[in-house]
Design a protein around this ligand. Structure first.
Ligand code: ZN
Length: 421
């Protein structure tokens, strides 16, 4: 785990997915039906370039591939790794579905996302992000005692093997040059929902089980730590409220969860604050000291666009709590956690544009605050000293201002040099 020093203050980053237009979903289906058809892969390449350019045009500091090579953020991983079958009938948001469960031991094979990551890195000059599902999330949703015991006797055995596989995957992503690796773990947010914890009705039947935060959260954190250990990338954990068709699976602020992340060894947790019944900025008082936060300030659930002022207002409230240096800015969640979510690509673009405009205003505010009261008087004192000493020929000052690429702040650099004869 390494915090990238290159990322700018209050940098903007996507959570991962962009809405997949019908044509992209068609191409993904064709890819699955005809995996050797190069024309389908070439067409997908073009659409992924479009997803990257869209984020660049919106002004994002960090870009993803929109997850346009994935049918869905977890399903794609399960399909590529193997060992799963869609044979468990569940109810989700009033729909009866066939859910995948692990039925065979996952075969160990080459990393499954290396080609996708290489394409992303090769097709943008911006910082890059790639998301992986966390071991705990996959174990909660895809291990079931009626189907999975032959493959893995317990969910913990399954999670241990997932951790091994995902650690290799993450290391390869970092070697390819991905700047930000994110582990998606909305399952951690389940502990924030009082109704779910009390065993009351919930939108997703897979979540009707006994929960034990004291045992399960440390196990989830340990699995993430094992993946993050030694990674040469900025590592994020994303914990949202599981959006499906503009509705969340769970509700609740992060107060029950954040104190349990004391041992989490990643750089940043990406949380939701833009939508009611998710995070409250007062939750940030409980953020463990070793963690920074990706502040979710753009609502991805409703169709309505927030004003730039509303978006910036949530960020300002977060900055007041944590200071400007522990905060990055992002939408609440990805725009398409499932295959065909309602948001359009234009809605996503407009929301990202407003996010980056809010970031620009916030950086300007910070720059004005920090440069006027802090640097101005110092600079004038240095100029006076320069004048006084240079006249006596005792010492020569060279001064310059360097502006690191992407940084909103001027960093003065003063070099001292003895006079030469
Ligand atoms: Zn999410």
């Amino acid at each position: 785990m390494t915090v990238s020093k290159k990322l700018p203050l209050l940098y903007t980053h996507p959570i991962g997915s962009l809405p997949r237009p019908l044509v992209v979903r068609d191409l993904l289906r064709q890819r699955d039906e005809r995996p050797n058809d190069l024309s389908v892969h070439a067409a997908l390449d073009d659409f992924v370039r479009f997803a990257i350019r869209l984020q660049e045009t919106a002004g994002m500091d960090v870009v993803s591939d929109g997850e346009w090579r994935r049918t869905q953020y977890i399903q794609e991983f399960l399909m590529r790794v193997g060992g799963f079958e869609a044979c468990r009938v569940i109810e989700h948001q009033g729909e009866v579905k066939m859910s995948s469960v692990v039925v065979r031991r996952m075969p160990t094979k080459a990393p499954v996302f290396a080609d996708d990551a290489q394409f992303l890195v090769a097709n943008t000059e911006r910082f890059t992000k790639f998301a992986l599902p966390s071991p705990f999330l996959i174990a909660v949703r895809y291990w079931h005692e009626d189907y999975s015991r032959e493959a893995y006797p317990t969910a913990q055995h399954f999670m241990d093997h997932l951790t091994e596989i995902l650690a290799v995957e993450a290391r390869v992503l970092a070697e390819i040059g991905i700047d930000v690796i994110q582990l998606d773990d909305p399952a951690l947010t389940y502990y924030c929902d009082p109704n779910l914890m009390a065993g009351k009705s919930i939108h997703d039947q897979r979540l009707l089980r006994l929960w034990d935060a004291n045992r399960e959260v440390p196990a989830a954190v340990e699995a993430i730590n094992r993946i993050a250990d030694g990674l040469q990338a900025e590592v994020h954990v994303h914990s949202c409220h599981s959006v499906y068709k503009r509705q969340a699976d769970v509700v609740g602020d992060y107060k029950p969860l954040l104190p349990r992340l004391d041992n989490l060894r990643v750089d940043r947790v990406n949380l939701e604050f833009a939508y009611p019944q998710t995070g409250d900025v007062s939750d940030l008082d409980l953020l463990p000291n070793q963690l920074q936060v990706g502040l979710g300030i753009v609502d991805v659930r409703t169709e309505q666009l927030q004003s730039v002022e509303q978006i910036a207002g949530i960020a300002r409230a977060g900055i007041q709590r944590l200071g400007v240096h522990r905060i990055a800015l992002n939408p609440d969640c990805g725009f398409a956690p499932d295959a065909g979510e309602p948001p359009t690509i234009d809605e996503a673009y407009q929301k990202l544009c407003r996010l980056t405009e809010a970031a620009r205003q916030l950086r300007a505010e910070h720059s004005a605050k920090s440069s006027t009261p802090l640097w101005s008087p110092i600079f004038h004192r240095l100029l006076k000293t320069f004048h006084r000493r240079n006249k006596s020929d005792e010492i020569e000052f060279q001064s310059s201002f360097e502006r690191p690429l992407g940084s909103p702040c001027f960093t003065p650099t003063i070099r001292l040099r003895s006079p030469t004869n």
